[in-house]
Every structure is written in structure tokens, then in C-alpha cells.
Design a protein around this ligand. Structure first.
Ligand code: C2E
Ligand code: MG
Ligand code: MG
Ligand code: MG
Length: 280
């Protein structure tokens, strides 16, 4: 019997799978090490208004890895999430982003500048979420009116009543909300109407295939119409060329984020872009 049980396990320990499991564990341990060594930091990608220029930025986590260079979330976010580490990464990002908001609010070039921060499902539904956010705001002195939290449709659908309740409370403090990657999930006017939202963020998969793809253009037109009737701002992400920008503008979207304007960059680079390098 022992032998057959052993046999049954053989499949489980095939070398490839074993290697994948070991790799994952190494990454998990490395993430923990990296957090303790303060290697996680925040880059900012400008958000551009068609007429006014840069009006804000999205905070995006980066891992300055001592051997592997600057890593984007694609290299670690899945493992971090599955290992239950996203909460810790998110609080690092929230803290850093709020420190930056407070510091930028002292510079005239950054008047009205807002910062969008990604929220993970783990974070939104965590019991201390609201207190944590309010505490960071208090400690950093960040103006809540400059903060926009990005949620995704699928996150909201996990537990809509709870999500709405939490959004409402934070909204009372002046924080704004955007739906990220909009158009990729379940979206009806009915449920959008119930959410205390400020912005829809058109997913880059629709933008990337412009100007050629007519289906994507139709979806973008539907989203901008929806945004207009709900009185929400609409921003497009992944804008890489002029043709895309022009088409978006012609179809009712005048806020953009994408490589056409800038890649995500460290705060100092954003300051140079804003012409605010002369700091007090
Ligand atoms: P997202 O929130 O939808 O962020 C937009 C992503 O698109 C960013 O990738 C950005 O660098 C990339 N991007 C922007 N413009 C262009 C463009 O013109 N072309 C192309 N090809 N890509 C563009 P990034 O920084 O790798 O982040 C990927 C995702 O990881 C984010 O998607 C977000 O879902 C997640 N993420 C990033 N930072 C955080 C964070 O601090 N917390 C949480 N929970 N998630 C984060
Ligand atoms: Mg985002
Ligand atoms: Mg997005
Ligand atoms: Mg995304």
C-alpha cells in the first residue's frame, strides 16, 4: 500500500513542477526581503488634459531589485497577491503616494494636481481599510481632494454593498474614485449609477488597437456616452500615438495617459516635467 501511495505521489513531484514551486517560493521570500530592505517604491505616470496639459499622475509600484533592476508589477504582483502580501505592498504605495501629494501641494506648479492610486481587492475589503487610509492622510498631511482611488469592476462585484459603503465614507472625506480597466468587466448603467464614482478609465486594450479597430471604437463611444450621462470624467489609458489621441478626442474623451506623453517615472522626473525643480 505504501508503495502505491508513493507511486501516486510521483506525478506530484515531477521535476518541472517542483522547480516551478521552488521558484515561486524563492520569489515570495525575495519579495519579503525586498519589502524589509525598502526596495519597493512608486513611479508616477502623467495624466494629460487635452487643453490643460498634465493635471495629475497615476502611482504605480516598482521594485528596485538589487540584481534584477527596476521591476514592474507584472514580475511580482501575482505571487505577492497569492502569498497574501499585496496588502503590505499597497500600504507602502499609499504611504509613498500620500507623502508625495503632501510635498507636491507646496509647489505652485502642482496646483490642482491629483494622484490616482490602485487599490487591490484584498485592501478594499480588509476590515481596517478606511481607518488605514484616513490615518495615512492624517500623518502625511496629504489633501484628500488630491487622491483618486482606482478600483476594478470585478473587485466591486465581490461585495457591492460593502464596496459602496466604504466608497461613500471615503468620499465624505473628499477622496475620489475611478474604475480602472473599464469595459473589460460587467458594466451596466444600473450598477454604475449606485456607485459614488468620479471617473471611468477606458482599458488600454481598446485604445491599443486604434485607429484601425472599429469594434473598439464603438466600445469607446459607448463608454464616453455612458460617462456623459452619468456625469463622470473619462480618461483613456495606453495612449501611444497621435492618431489614437485624436480619435479619442473626436469621440468625447479628452483625458489621456500613455507612452505618447510619458512612461511612469520617479517623482523627480515628474517635477522636472512640471517645471518645478526649484524647490524651497
Ligand atoms: P493599471 O492600473 O491599469 O496601470 C496601467 C498600466 O499600463 C501600467 O503598467 C502602465 O505602466 C501601463 N501603461 C501606461 N501607458 C501605457 C502605454 O501607452 N502603453 C503600454 N503598453 N502600457 C502602458 P504597470 O505599471 O506595469 O502596472 C500594471 C498593473 O499592476 C496596473 O495596471 C495595476 O493593475 C497593477 N498595479 C500597479 N501598481 C499597483 C499598486 O501600487 N497596487 C496595486 N494593487 N496594483 C498595482
Ligand atoms: Mg490603475
Ligand atoms: Mg488600467
Ligand atoms: Mg490593469
Amino acid at each position: 500500500e505504501a508503495k502505491s501511495a508513493g507511486k501516486g505521489k510521483i506525478r506530484f513531484f515531477d521535476p518541472e513542477m517542483q522547480e516551478a514551486v521552488a521558484e515561486r517560493l524563492r520569489l515570495e521570500e525575495d519579495i519579503i526581503r525586498g519589502m524589509e530592505a525598502r526596495e519597493f517604491c512608486v513611479y508616477f505616470q502623467p495624466q494629460v488634459d487635452h487643453d490643460k496639459g498634465i493635471i495629475g499622475a497615476e502611482a504605480l509600484v516598482r521594485w528596485r531589485h538589487p540584481q534584477r533592476g527596476v521591476l514592474a508589477p507584472g514580475a511580482f504582483i501575482r505571487v505577492a497577491d497569492e502569498a497574501g502580501l499585496m496588502n503590505r505592498i499597497d500600504s507602502i504605495v499609499l504611504q509613498r503616494a500620500c507623502e508625495q501629494i503632501a510635498s507636491w501641494s507646496r509647489l505652485p506648479a502642482f496646483a490642482d494636481f491629483t494622484v490616482s492610486i490602485n487599490v487591490s481587492a484584498a485592501q478594499l475589503y480588509q476590515p481596517g481599510f478606511i481607518d488605514d487610509v484616513l490615518e495615512v492622510i492624517k500623518l502625511t498631511g496629504a489633501d484628500p481632494a488630491r487622491i483618486k482611488l482606482e478600483l476594478t469592476e470585478s473587485m466591486l462585484l465581490n461585495d457591492m454593498p460593502k464596496a459602496i459603503e466604504r466608497m461613500r465614507i471615503l468620499k465624505c472625506h473628499g477622496i475620489r474614485f475611478a474604475i480602472d480597466d473599464f469595459g473589460t468587466g460587467y458594466s451596466s448603467l444600473h450598477y454604475l449609477q449606485q456607485l459614488p464614482l468620479d471617473q471611468l478609465k477606458i482599458d488600454q486594450s481598446f485604445v491599443r488597437v486604434l485607429p484601425e479597430d472599429e469594434n473598439s471604437l464603438s466600445i469607446i463611444q459607448a463608454i464616453t456616452a455612458m460617462a456623459r450621462s452619468l456625469k463622470l470624467e473619462v480618461i483613456a489609458e495606453g495612449v501611444e500615438n497621435q492618431a489614437q489621441r485624436d480619435l479619442l478626442h473626436a469621440n468625447g474623451c479628452s483625458l489621456y495617459q500613455g507612452y505618447l506623453f510619458s512612461r511612469p517615472e520617479p517623482a523627480e522626473v515628474i517635477e522636472r516635467m512640471m517645471g518645478a525643480e526649484e524647490r524651497a
